[in-house]
Write a protein that binds this ligand. Structure first.
Ligand SMILES: *[C@@H]1O[C@H](CO)[C@@H](O)[C@H](O)[C@H]1NC(C)=O
Ligand SMILES: *[C@@H]1O[C@H](CO)[C@@H](O)[C@H](O)[C@H]1NC(C)=O
Ligand SMILES: *[C@@H]1O[C@H](CO)[C@@H](O)[C@H](O)[C@H]1NC(C)=O
Length: 185
């Protein structure tokens, strides 16, 4: 997995060196590079583009926020390696904090149908889990750009505060991000 990531970044670098990006209607075009997968092009547009980032899909939420059941959360290197393998960054800049939760996507989606709670910063757009959830809080300790982002791994068991967004097509709230894991007493 790590190797794939390195190759992916090398390929990206190559593309950037060899081919000037042509921005057409917001989409990046790589005409002379043959058959690059749609997914890869979307990935490039997402990380290299200048427009607003796309709202996360279910796949993206799973990739970015849901802990892998097999891996022990107490691993000291958990955050640095997971952030790298799962490609969590903001256009290659390190994100300063991040959370991985031991829950299913369906559970998060269920939380989105609950009443609104205060986020950590006081904004009224979060949902709070009534169950205690295990997870990991990743706190950036070093670095500013991928792949040099280093994180401290902090195990947490508490109530998850998540953000949701309205999906027009299905007329429902769906998970959008993790705001915090809070320790209520
Ligand atoms: C690109 O690959 C897909 C399947 O991987 C194929 O269906 C498509 O025809 C290919 N396109 C070109 C231009 O080679
Ligand atoms: C996160 O890291 C910053 C500095 O790197 C530190 O000041 C802060 O206390 C850390 N937060 C936690 C909850 O450990
Ligand atoms: C407050 O936190 C929420 C959820 O993390 C975020 O969406 C919002 O942009 C934040 N607001 C401000 C003013 O930072």
């Amino acid at each position: 997995m790590m190797r794939t990531l390195v190759i992916r970044h090398l390929l990206l670098l190559l593309l950037l060196l060899l081919q000037p990006l042509q921005l057409q209607g917001g989409a990046l075009q790589f005409s002379s590079f043959g058959n690059i997968s749609e997914e890869f092009l979307e990935y490039l547009e997402e990380v290299m583009g200048t427009g607003p980032t796309r709202p996360p899909t279910q796949k993206k939420i799973l990739q970015m926020f849901i802990a892998e059941p097999e891996r022990p959360l107490l691993d000291w290197d958990y955050c640095s390696s997971e952030m790298m393998m799962r490609n969590v960054h903001y256009r290659f800049q390190c994100v300063t904090k991040h959370y991985f939760l031991c829950v299913s996507y369906e559970y998060l989606k269920m939380l989105c149908s609950m009443s609104v709670a205060l986020c950590k910063n006081g904004t009224r757009r979060c949902r709070l889990s009534s169950h205690k959830i295990e997870g990991v809080y990743c706190n950036l300790t070093e670095g500013d750009r991928m792949p040099n982002c280093h994180y401290e791994t902090i195990y947490r068991k508490g109530h998850a505060l998540i953000t949701c967004r309205w999906k027009k097509e299905t007329r429902e709230f769906i998970p959008d991000g993790v705001d915090d894991i809070v320790l209520l007493d």
